[in-house]
Design a protein around this ligand. Structure first.
Ligand SMILES: [Zn+2]
Length: 320
């Protein structure tokens, strides 16, 4: 069987969020164990992430906010008794290693971009945490410190001169941070299917981004419940595909949140694990058509351990 390239490191376990928090280190272990058990990865295909530099983070984040995260994480070391703290800008729990691990999560996406652009890999899945798509320019929120995908997009454009990039986000939540960062940019297309009304409250159809009316933001808010699966596929086939046929991205990122699985304790969509294979195939077809097959997929949410493990296996099988 073909092997998949992944970006992964046991260092991702070091971002502690507290015993009862849904965004727990075991999410990483569950996915990696399942990928190994299914023969999808081996040592040669696991790429070690590097830390993103401050300059790279600053492609998407306010320098003041980067320092704020660093300082607040530093403070947890002084009074560390195994109790996590809360970031002052929003609902993100932090612990002594959180800054380092967040730099690795963003940097891991840069490692993936380099691997794809050097021709080493065509597609790659980044098993990173903390997630990123809620992180705004100067505000961490929703378990996210830095916007891993957004930093990857800007790095790709800057280092490799790639102009047009699409981000496809099937996490059950709207990626408000990603939308914000690229809202006025005609060269970055952001597509999201998400439960609505739901956290964080953004992602309405009329939020269209650049040049309202013909923008490069495409939101598909979907009600929870039994029709959600059908509506998600309808949005992918009848909205995403024609939109990208017109936009013609040179490179595609996936914000791969598996909290849109029916078993997820937070989301109320009803995708099954094999649906992630089908969604992935739609993206692969678009990437083959316009982007030389180049896809960097990045883990976002997903909080049911067995569901995310099975979903990630299906996603990765369809990527390779
Ligand atoms: Zn989510």
């Amino acid at each position: 069987m073909n092997k998949a390239f992944v970006v992964a490191s046991d260092e991702f376990l070091a971002h502690q969020t507290g015993k009862t928090h849904p965004e727990q280190p075991q999410r990483y272990t569950a996915i990696m164990d399942a990928l190994k058990k299914n023969g999808l990865i081996d040592a040669q295909h696991i790429l070690t992430p590097r830390e993103a530099t401050n300059e790279e983070l600053a492609l998407c984040h306010d320098p003041y906010y980067i320092r704020l995260v660093q300082n607040e994480v530093e403070q947890t070391k002084n009074r560390w008794l195994g109790k996590v703290a809360m970031l002052s800008t929003g609902d993100v729990t932090i612990s002594p290693e959180s800054y380092h691990v967040a730099l690795l999560a963003a940097g891991g996406v840069l490692t993936a971009v380099d691997a794809v652009m050097s021709g080493k890999a065509k597609t790659i899945f980044c098993v990173v945490r903390p997630p990123g798509h809620h992180a705004r320019r100067a505000q961490g929120m929703g378990f996210c410190l830095f916007n891993n995908v957004a930093v990857g997009v800007r790095y790709l454009q800057k280092k490799y001169g790639i102009k047009k990039v699409a981000i496809i986000d099937w996490d059950v939540h709207h990626g408000n941070g990603t939308q914000d960062i690229f809202y006025d940019d005609p060269n970055v297309f952001y597509f999201s299917t998400h439960q609505y009304p739901f956290y964080p409250g953004t992602g309405l159809v009329d939020e269209k981004g650049f040049n309202q009316g013909q923008g490069t933001t495409l939101n598909c808010p979907i009600s929870s419940g039994e029709n959600s699966r059908e509506e998600i596929f309808d949005a992918f086939k009848n909205q995403l595909v024609p939109a990208l046929d017109a936009f013609k991205p040179e490179f595609i990122f996936i914000s791969a949140g598996f909290d849109s699985h029916y078993a997820d304790p937070i989301g109320s969509f009803n995708l099954k694990e094999d649906d992630f294979a089908e969604l992935t195939r739609i993206v692969v077809q678009l990437a083959d058509k316009y982007a030389k097959g180049r896809i960097v997929s990045v883990l976002e949410g997903g909080y049911h351990l067995e569901a995310i493990a099975r979903s990630a296996v299906n996603h990765v099988k369809a990527l390779i």
